[in-house]
Design a protein around this ligand. Structure first.
Ligand SMILES: Cc1ncc(COP(=O)(O)O)c(C=O)c1O
Length: 376
């Protein structure tokens, strides 16, 4: 039986040919294709300036530098997200202030975030996880608490809210083009900015801090990094972008199939499934919370059993405050119970546009069998 990974990028012959053509031009690093890709992304985001970088991680790091966030500043992040948010805040020398997520949205709990604001809070840094974040709530939060917002939209390119595609609204928004995301450039990320002044600073920060002066010489004012994007990746991105909306619709159809197959299962109460009434969600992942402790089964045993049946699964994500990095700063179990529960119980099931509905059926049947094997 075919192996079914939990994520797989779609790469067709047109994409391979476009990349090969780019290689033949010998202009493979930052050049006209990067500019064209950024222009296409910008069109998608109502002409807001966009800069591409080597990863979303780089985009977030640069975003924090752009906002001047550093020692003495507090940044509010959900305890349930990918490790990267905690890491970039640490690397900036700022203080990560964790808050829990809600079980209903699996996204940041805005009431807890509001309660966590202090005079030192500079930034709210939430992730679009199992549902798009509401832009009206984000705007109101920024206004009320006078903080900036960096939306971690790594999983959300192609997601829409009542006000259009994620990226059209808000302050700074970062996307990822890693192969597990809704479209890929192999590695890569993008940062949506407010104006050309910010974009010019990102141009410097992503390429050694270099500033070109009118007399043809160069100067460095800020200690920049080396996060510039390549034309080869950009060419792939241009091709991928033309399919993004179709792929997101395919993801949505497959997610609905998951709901149909899993509804009514006594081991999978509705709260264990992702939020269902979720218009505009691009369904980067389909994650379930499994009653593993009740079944006396470890997550590894479950994932190994699925693997033996030819089905790959993932973990998205562990609770960030319980990593050694943050335990050393005093964080402990029990502080953010919803994040901790998700961190313990979550399993990511296969979901990618080339899957068929029969693949979803196979995943569900296998999962039910593996869980019941243990239950019986
Ligand atoms: C929620 C989230 N944010 C950010 C990232 C970082 O993306 P990148 O690998 O492009 O740096 C990831 C990567 O998996 C992610 O899942």
């Amino acid at each position: 039986m075919d192996f079914l990974p939990f994520a797989r990028p779609t790469i067709d012959e047109a994409m391979i040919a476009a990349v090969a053509d780019t290689l033949r031009t010998r202009w493979i690093v930052t050049g006209p294709r990067v500019a064209a890709f950024e222009k296409e992304l910008s069109k998608r985001f109502s002409d807001r300036p966009v800069r591409t970088l080597t990863s979303a991680t780089a985009a977030m790091q640069v975003a924090l530098e752009l906002m001047g966030i550093g020692p003495g500043d507090e940044v509010i992040i959900p305890a349930q997200s990918f490790f990267v948010t905690g890491n970039v805040v640490e690397r900036a020398g700022a203080t990560a202030v964790f808050v829990d997520v809600t079980l209903a949205s699996r996204n940041i709990d805005f009431a807890q975030a509001a309660a966590a604001v202090t005079a030192k809070t500079r930034l709210l840094f939430p992730t679009h996880y199992n549902a798009p974040l509401d832009p009206d709530v984000l705007d109101a939060f920024a206004k009320r608490h006078k903080v900036r917002i960096l939306e971690d939209a790594a999983l959300a390119i192609g997601s829409r809210t009542s006000r259009g595609p994620v990226g059209v609204t808000g302050d700074l928004v970062s996307f990822s083009f890693h192969p597990n995301k809704n479209m890929t450039t192999i590695e890569g990320g993008a940062l949506v900015l407010n104006d050309e002044r910010e974009a010019a600073i990102v141009d410097e920060l992503r390429f050694h801090g270099i500033k070109r002066l009118p007399d043809g010489t160069r100067d460095v004012e800020r200690a920049g990094a080396k996060y510039n994007f390549s034309d080869v990746s950009a060419r792939l991105g241009l091709e991928q972008l033309t399919h993004l909306d179709t792929w997101c619709r395919a993801r949505e159809r497959l997610a609905h199939r998951y709901f149909e197959c899993l509804a009514g299962d006594d081991l999978l109460a509705p709260e264990r499934l992702p939020p269902r009434d979720n218009p505009g969600h691009s369904w980067n992942m389909f994650t379930v919370l499994l009653p593993l402790a009740d079944l006396g089964m470890s997550r590894k045993a479950f994932m190994d059993a699925m693997m033996q049946e030819g089905i790959g699964t993932g973990v998205s994500y562990e609770a960030i405050h319980l990593t050694t990095l943050f335990r050393k700063k005093g964080f402990r179990e029990g502080q953010f119970p919803v994040s901790e529960r998700i961190g313990r119980e979550t399993v990511t099931l296969p979901l990618f546009p080339e899957m068929r509905e029969t693949d979803v059926d196979r995943v569900c049947e296998t999962m039910k069998r593996v869980l019941r094997r243990k239950a019986s």
